[in-house]
Design a protein around this ligand. Structure first.
Ligand code: C2E
Ligand code: MG
Ligand code: MG
Ligand code: MG
Length: 292
C-alpha cells in the first residue's frame, strides 16, 4: 500500500518509527495514570536576597514518584507531553497544589512567593485565565500576590499582543510573572519591552561559567543592565557557590536560586530549612563593603 504513494512515503511505514509512536503513546498514557494515581509531588527550591539574607520565595518543581523507578525528574517525562492536552491537566494540578501549600505556609506565618512553571501551550489556551481564577476561588486564604508564574521565552512565539494582554489580566488578579531561562530563547529587546513580566530569571547555563568564561560574564552583565533599563527584577538561577553569588551581586543582581543556597526539597523539609538558614557570610561581607 505504501508503494502507491511513491518511494518517499516509505519512511512512514518504517517499523522502528511505528514502534516509537506506540511507545510514545504508552508513555503518555502512563503519565496520565500517574496524575490520576497521585504519583506527582512538588519539591520546593528557595530564592533568596543575597544582600539581605532574606528568603523571598520558593520555586515549585514537579517530581514523579514512580512506584518502581523511584523519583523521576521533569525533563525525563515532560517533553513527551508538552504538546498534548495532558500538560494542561498537569498545569492545573500544579497550580492548585501550590496554592494549597501557600495557604499552609501563610498559616505558619511564612509569606513566601511561590513560583510555578507553566508550559507555553497551557498559558496560550483560551481557558488559562479561568483555570487561575478557579484555583484562586478554591483557595480563598491564598493572597494572589504570593503566586508567581514562570514562563519560558517561547511564549513569545504566540501572538505577542494576546500573550502580553493575558499577562496583564493575570496581574490584575494580583499574580506576578517571571521570564524563565532568560537569554536562551528569543530575547529580543522588543519582546522584553512588550512582555510585562516583573522578573527576569537569568538562565543557569550563563551563571555556571561566569567565574572563568568572560563571554558569559559579559552576557550576564548585559542582561542585568537591560533588565534595569526596563525596570525588571533580576534573579540568577544555578548559583552553586558563594563566589558565584559575590560576582553576581557585584554585577548588580541580588536575587539568587541554586544548589549553593539549597537544592529543591520536599515540602516537609522547607520550614525547618528556612528556620536555620543563614546567608553565606561572604555575601553579607561583600554587601557591606564597596567593590573596587
Ligand atoms: P527551570 O524552571 O529552569 O528550573 C530550574 C531547574 O534547575 C530545576 O531542575 C532545578 O532543580 C535545577 N537547579 C536549581 N539550582 C541548580 C543548580 O545550582 N545547579 C544545577 N545544575 N541545577 C539547578 P528540575 O527540577 O529538574 O526541572 C527542570 C525543568 O523542568 C524546569 O526548569 C522547568 O522548565 C521544568 N519544570 C519543572 N517543574 C515543572 C512544572 O511543574 N510544570 C512545567 N510545565 N515544567 C516544569
Ligand atoms: Mg522555572
Ligand atoms: Mg529556569
Ligand atoms: Mg530550565
Amino acid at each position: 500500500q505504501a508503494k502507491q504513494h511513491g518511494r518517499n512515503q516509505y519512511q512512514l511505514f518504517d517499523p522502528s518509527l511505528d514502534q516509537q509512536i506506540t511507545s510514545n503513546h504508552q508513555t503518555i498514557n502512563r503519565i496520565k495514570k500517574a496524575l490520576q494515581a497521585n504519583e506527582f509531588v512538588l519539591h520546593y527550591q528557595p530564592k533568596v536576597n543575597m544582600r539581605t539574607g532574606v528568603i523571598v520565595g520558593m520555586e515549585a518543581l514537579l517530581r514523579w514518584q514512580h512506584p518502581t523507578k523511584g523519583m523521576i525528574r521533569p525533563l525525563d517525562f515532560l517533553p513527551h507531553i508538552e504538546k498534548t492536552e495532558l500538560i494542561v491537566d498537569i498545569g492545573v494540578w500544579v497550580m492548585n497544589q501550590a496554592m494549597q501549600q501557600i495557604s499552609i505556609w501563610v498559616k505558619a506565618g511564612k509569606s513566601w512567593v511561590i513560583s510555578i512553571n507553566i508550559a507555553a501551550l497551557h498559558f496560550q489556551r483560551i481557558d488559562f485565565l479561568q483555570h487561575l481564577k478557579d484555583a484562586l476561588v478554591r483557595h480563598p486564604n491564598v493572597p494572589p500576590n504570593l503566586l508567581e508564574i514562570e514562563l519560558l521565552e517561547s511564549v513569545a512565539l504566540g501572538d505577542i499582543n494576546e500573550v502580553s494582554q493575558l499577562i496583564r489580566d493575570c496581574q490584575a488578579l494580583g499574580v506576578s510573572f517571571a521570564l524563565d531561562d532568560f537569554g536562551t530563547g528569543y530575547s529580543s529587546l522588543n519582546y522584553l519591552k512588550r512582555l510585562p513580566a516583573e522578573t527576569l530569571k537569568i538562565d543557569q547555563s550563563f551563571v555556571r561559567d561566569i567565574l572563568d568564561d568572560n563571554d558569559d560574564l559579559i552576557m550576564i552583565e548585559a542582561i542585568i543592565n537591560m533588565g534595569k533599563v526596563f525596570n525588571r527584577r533580576i534573579i540568577a538561577e544555578g548559583v552553586e557557590t558563594a563566589e558565584h553569588g559575590v560576582l553576581l551581586m557585584r554585577l548588580g543582581c541580588d536575587f539568587a536560586q541554586g544548589y549553593g543556597i539549597a537544592k529543591p526539597m520536599p515540602e516537609m523539609q522547607v520550614v525547618a530549612w528556612a528556620n536555620t538558614y543563614v546567608a553565606d557570610p561572604a555575601w553579607s561581607m561583600w554587601a557591606d563593603t564597596q567593590w573596587e
